[in-house]
Design a protein around this ligand. Sequence first.
Ligand SMILES: Nc1nc2c(ncn2[C@@H]2O[C@H](COP(=O)(O)OP(=O)(O)OP(=O)(O)O)[C@@H](O)[C@H]2O)c(=O)[nH]1
Length: 505
Amino acid sequence: MGTAKKEKQRRERQNDTRDANLKVKGENFYKDAKKVKHLSMYKSGRAVRNAKGDIIKAADMQSSDIPVARVDPNKKWFGNTRVIAQDALSHFREAMADKKHDSYSVLLKRNKLPMSLLDEKDKTESPAARILETESYEHAFGPKQQRKKPRLMTASNLEELASITEKDQQQYEEKLELDSTLGLMGNSILDKDDFTQEAKEAIFHKGQSKRIWNELYKVVDSSDVVIHILDARDPLGTRCESVEKYIQTECPHKHLIYVLNKCDLVPTWVAAAWVKHLSKRFPTLAFHASITNSFGKGSLIQLLRQFSTLHSDRKQISVGFIGYPNTGKSSIINTLRRKKVCQVAPIPGETKVWQYITFMKKIFLIDCPGIVPPSQRDTESDILFRGVVRVEHVSSPEQYIPDLLKKCTRKHLERTYEVSGWAKFEEDPALLEKAGIEFIELIARKQGRLLKGGEPDETGIAKQVLYDFTRGKIPWFVPPPQDESSESKETHKNKDALEKKESEK
Ligand SMILES: Nc1nc2c(ncn2[C@@H]2O[C@H](COP(=O)(O)OP(=O)(O)OP(=O)(O)O)[C@@H](O)[C@H]2O)c(=O)[nH]1
């Protein structure tokens, strides 16, 4: 043993036919390759010195000219993630973008889809990411640069800047308004800054208390389907846009639908036009709540059944009813159940707390107290005419009669109260106040409601008229948008004409 030759001979002698490299005794005989590598690492780590002890060659790690090291990227570093190609991502984005905002298509198992990939966050959040959109690279940085710093704003002149600022301000105010409805009711901007709001009577803040909003959040949190009840006479007035926005942004997996209740109080073409208009946003159904003579019940039940089959993996689904006070949430639940399970009254605020009602084996209904999103635009009359406040609590109700006269048509009022002849304010708006007083007086004389000395009972009559208005005794509705209303009117006219012809035959 010892040299290579001797080792070879020994193997031949002993019939050792291994086809491996011959390992001979020498410097590294007792060390394997790994050990040798490790040891040489220590050697190369030392500087080479001359006899005097001066460094003539720096150690590898101390040298300033270390070779460039490049670490190979490895997919495994990213742990439990999936990597997809850019074209697959853009295909996903295109295919999902439409579906995501379409309230008619349902995305099942959303949690398993990478929904966050749909929004390019950097672009919207940081203005710095948009530098190249506002200015080309060459313009700001290249050899032919024309500016010292890149422009961060898209505005090129003062007017543009003003309009951008205005837009930003509007967005900011909308956000504040939304925030103020998201549970910050106590210290909302509306309460602090707006003196008209401060000056409003306390009852005009009904449906806005923190307690009511907490009830709403409980209902929204527990529901898989949220049904927003609107009054067919004023669907846009009784719409809670901030709540819709909240549901869309915070819980987009919940289904939101509109139900246009009290359809019996408006002409058919109006209900049809509103359904058509609102359907563009969310699925909309027309409804008339009544235990004995309802309308739209079958379609609503069918829709709820469809939702429950969509979520067949769940034991049951919950359906929350939200909306302005007095729009008929409890009445719709009673209509569906065909018996009085919820307390119903022609006064707002009848439902105080949320309540669960079993509808079918797999469907639960949740009744919610009426909510009123605070709005700076709504006047006291707007709030009063929507039936949000109790008329008996309003001080001097006669002050709202002129507004009511403006809202309703003269012939409807004449027909309801069988009086006529109050001042023609339609021709001269200055006569509106006078018309209000005369209108009350005419009704008081007709009904014999006079106080001592033959004075008309103004407050009593005004209260009665306001009651009649909110309960739908006086015909009134907000006309639907022009394009839909003309179409629906035409089709309904044609339908009526056809029906007439058929009956004549
Ligand atoms: N004409 C008509 N009246 C309705 C209809 N639905 C409800 N109402 C009436 O509207 C009033 C209010 O109904 P509720 O069911 O108590 O309304 P709510 O939305 O639950 O009210 P809150 O308890 O204040 O939230 C009652 O007098 C009902 O009779 C409808 O379809 N047509």
